[in-house]
Design a protein around this ligand. Structure first.
Ligand code: SAH
Ligand code: SF4
Ligand code: F3S
Length: 445
C-alpha cells in the first residue's frame, strides 16, 4: 500500500497516551509528525509497525504502568523484530536511558521537548540502532512539528499555549520533566486556532501546566491569558473557550474579569489548591495561604456567580497531621466543588518532599476515603442542582441509545438528549430533566 507521500510505504502507528491533557495534545502532534514518515494511526498494538507510549511521571503508579505495558509487548516484538517501540513523555524525560536498561526491547526514548526530532529518531531506530533524545532544545518544537492541514476533526480540541513550570511545588516532577515555563507567541496560537475552526472545531481548551501564567509575545509587546482569550473570542465559528490548569497566584484581575464579561469563555474553572492547612501549603511551597485561595474564589464568583469550580487535592503530604487534614475538609466545605481530583501523596525521586518523613500509608488511605466521600457528595449535589435548568450543549457524538446524542454543557457536565436530528458540532439549548450517576439527561428546549 502507498500513502500520499511519494515513495513512502504506509506503516501503522499505535500511540497509547497516559497522564494529562497536554499528553493528549502532544500525541496528536506526534502522530502528525510521523505521518510524514508514512505512518497512519491504528487502534491496536497487534498490527502496529511502531508502538509509542506517551507517558506520565506524576505519581509512582503512573510511572510503573509504563513498564508493565512494555512487558506486554514482548511477544509482539519477538514475532516481528522490525516493530519499533518508543517511550515518549514525562517518564522518558525523567528516566531516559534507564528505560532501555530495564526494557532492552525499547528502541526509542524521546522527551516532551524533542518531539519535533521524532522523524530523525525513528529513522535511526529503523536502522537497528537505539535513539535517545531528552534535550531541552532552544528552538520551539511547535514551529518544527508538522501539522496535518485541513483534515476534518471533531468539535472540541486542545491547544497547548504554555508549557513547563517554574513553581517547584515540593511534591511535583513537572518542572523537571517539562522544563521551564515557556509561552507560545500569540500569532502562532491564533493561527492554530483558526486552522482548527476551519476543520470543524467549535470549542478550544487552552492548555498549560500553568496556563494562567501565560505571557506570549504579541508584536512588540506581550499578552496575558486574558488578552489571548479576547483575541480568540474574535474568531468566527469558535463558540467556546476553556483553559486548564491554573495556579491560584496567577489568577489576575483581567482573567477574573474575562470570566464575567467574555461570553465565549465557559463558566468552569479548574483551580487546584492541594491542601487547606497553611502549614502544609507552606511545606508544599505553594506560595499562598488557604485564605488567599478563598479570596480568589470569592472574586471569581462575584464576576461569574454560576461558575463551576474544580480542584486537585493531595492527602498525606509529609508532615500532614489529622488537624491539617481537617483544614482541607473545611476548605472543601467552604468552596463547594462541582468537580475534583484527589490523590494520595506519592514520593517522586528528586523532588524535595521525597526526603521528608512520610505519613503512614493506612492513614493516607483513610484520609483519601474521607475526602473523596465529601467531594463526591458535593459533585453529586452540583449535578443534581442542574435538574430543571436550561443549559447549552455542544453535541459531540451519538449516545449508546438509538437517536441519542451526547455532549457537554457550559459547566462541562456530560449531557444526553434524544435528538436524532441534531448533528455533531451543533450547540442547542437543553432543559435538564434528570441527574444520573455520571451524566445529565435532558430534552431539546
Ligand atoms: N500544574 C497543575 C497540576 C499538575 S499535576 C497545578 O499546579 O495545579 C496534577 C495534579 O497531580 C496536581 O494538581 C496534584 O494534585 C497531583 N500531584 C502532583 N504531584 C503529586 C504527587 N507527588 N503525589 C500525588 N499527587 C500529585
Ligand atoms: Fe507541579 Fe506546582 Fe508546577 Fe503545578 S505549579 S506543575 S503542581 S510544580
Ligand atoms: Fe504527567 Fe507529565 Fe502531564 S508527569 S501529568 S504527563 S506533565
Amino acid at each position: 500500500m502507498r500513502s500520499g507521500i511519494p515513495g513512502a510505504v504506509t506503516k501503522k502507528l499505535f500511540i497509547k497516551t497516559y497522564g494529562c491533557q497536554m499528553n493528549v495534545y502532544d500525541s496528536e502532534r506526534m502522530a502528525e509528525a510521523l505521518g510524514g514518515q508514512g505512518y497512519v494511526e491504528t487502534t491496536t498494538p497487534d498490527d502496529a509497525d511502531m508502538i509509542l507510549l506517551n507517558t506520565c511521571h506524576i505519581r509512582e503508579k503512573a510511572a510503573e504502568k509504563v513498564y508493565s505495558e512494555l512487558g506486554r509487548y514482548k511477544g509482539l516484538k519477538a514475532a516481528k523484530p522490525d516493530l519499533k517501540i518508543g517511550v515518549a513523555g514525562c517518564v522518558a524525560q525523567a528516566e531516559g536511558a534507564e528505560i532501555m536498561r530495564r526494557q532492552p526491547m525499547v528502541d526509542l526514548v524521546v522527551g516532551p521537548q524533542s518531539y519535533h526530532r521524532l522523524p530523525e529518531l525513528e529513522a535511526k531506530a529503523g536502522q537497528g540502532g537505539k535513539a535517545l533524545d531528552t534535550d531541552f532544545p532552544a528552538e520551539d518544537k511547535f514551529d518544527h512539528l508538522a501539522r496535518r492541514p485541513k483534515a476534518a476533526r471533531g468539535p472540541t480540541a486542545f491547544l497547548t499555549v504554555q508549557e513547563g513550570c517554574d513553581k517547584f511545588c515540593a511534591f511535583c516532577v513537572v518542572p523537571y520533566t517539562r522544563g521551564a515555563e515557556v509561552s507560545r507567541p500569540v500569532d502562532r496560537v491564533l493561527g492554530e486556532a483558526r486552522d482548527l475552526v476551519e476543520r470543524g472545531v467549535r470549542e478550544i481548551t487552552l492548555l498549560g501546566q500553568n496556563v494562567n501564567a501565560y505571557h506570549g509575545a504579541d508584536g512588540d509587546g506581550e499578552a496575558g491569558l486574558a488578552d489571548l482569550i479576547w483575541k480568540l473570542a474574535e474568531i468566527d465559528g469558535l463558540a467556546r473557550i476553556r483553559f486548564t490548569t491554573s495556579h491560584p497566584n496567577d489568577m489576575g484581575d483581567a482573567l477574573i474579569e474575562a470570566h464575567g464579561s467574555c461570553d465565549k469563555l465557559m463558566p468552569y474553572l479548574h483551580l487546584p489548591v492541594q491542601a487547606g492547612s497553611d502549614k502544609v501549603l507552606k511545606a508544599m511551597n505553594r506560595k499562598h495561604t488557604a485564605e488567599e485561595y478563598l479570596r480568589v474564589i470569592e472574586r471569581l464568583r462575584a464576576a461569574r456567580p454560576d461558575i463551576l469550580l474544580s480542584g486537585d487535592f493531595i492527602v498525606g503530604f509529609p508532615g500532614e497531621t489529622e488537624a491539617d487534614f481537617q483544614a482541607t475538609l473545611a476548605l472543601v466545605e467552604a468552596v463547594g466543588y462541582g468537580q475534583a481530583y484527589s490523590f494520595k501523596y506519592s514520593t517522586r525521586p528528586g523532588t524535595p518532599a521525597a526526603e521528608r518523613a512520610q505519613v503512614d500509608e493506612a492513614e493516607k488511605d483513610d484520609r483519601l476515603q474521607r475526602l473523596q466521600a465529601l467531594l463526591t457528595r458535593q459533585q453529586r449535589a452540583a449535578q443534581d442542582a442542574m435538574v430543571g435548568r436550561e443549559v447549552s450543549v455542544l453535541f459531540e457524538k451519538p449516545g449508546r441509545i438509538a437517536g441519542q446524542m451526547g455532549g457537554k454543557s457550559e459547566y462541562l457536565h456530560a449531557v444526553h438528549v434524544h435528538a436524532p436530528d441534531v448533528a455533531r458540532g451543533e450547540i442547542r439549548r437543553v432543559k435538564i430533566t434528570e441527574s444520573a450517576a455520571n451524566s445529565l439527561c435532558g430534552t431539546l428546549a
